[in-house]
Design a protein around this ligand. Sequence first.
Ligand SMILES: [Zn+2]
Length: 228
Amino acid sequence: MLLDFFMEIVPNLWQVGGGDLTGPGDAAIYLVRFGKRAALIDAGCGDGHRRLTDNIGDCLPPDVVLEYLFLTHCHYDHTGGAAAIRDTYGCRIVAHAQDAVYLEKGDSRVTAASWYGATMPPLAIDKHVTTATQTFKVGSGHLTAYHCPGHSPGSMVLVTEIENQKILFGQDIHGPLHADLLSDRQQYRRSLKFLMGLQADILCEGHFGIYRGPGQVKQFIGGYLMDY
Ligand SMILES: [Zn+2]
């Protein structure tokens, strides 16, 4: 029997990496397609690159161009694989400016690479998000980035709509907050309240999987407002 190492969430949206799908060090990697263009949300740590490219190849026809890799924040389990993805697909890497700085200088402490016994090589970011919100056209669709600091200074979420469902890519909503990561509790709580207000139908999280329905999404996010 052939096993699939990706999971369709809704049509044209897949989880293609993370945990069992690519490698144990990877946070979730999501792939979204809008016609002839596609985008990845987060990159994993890079150990499962071969598996990741196989999964992407299983989801996308060869004539679909992977245009963007959006990094939700600078942490190594989300970004260590970014350079290899750009080398393979020629996509543009997007990150918020306030986290891009730690990727570009290869800061293994703030990117948490040292927590994984790794070092973060300097990573050039092609497009810096410098505003509270910015919308990117991808083929026939759009992805909107919102700056949601707290877990890291330049954490951001991505939002899109597929078949009238609002999809929220919110990685590491659960934290943690730590001085090494330059976390900020007040900003974090403000960001969680903002995310609750988005009233997303589906949440694609970094380490805890997929939450479906506005009630479940709100409950998941709200739980961390109680914890922190
Ligand atoms: Zn993180």
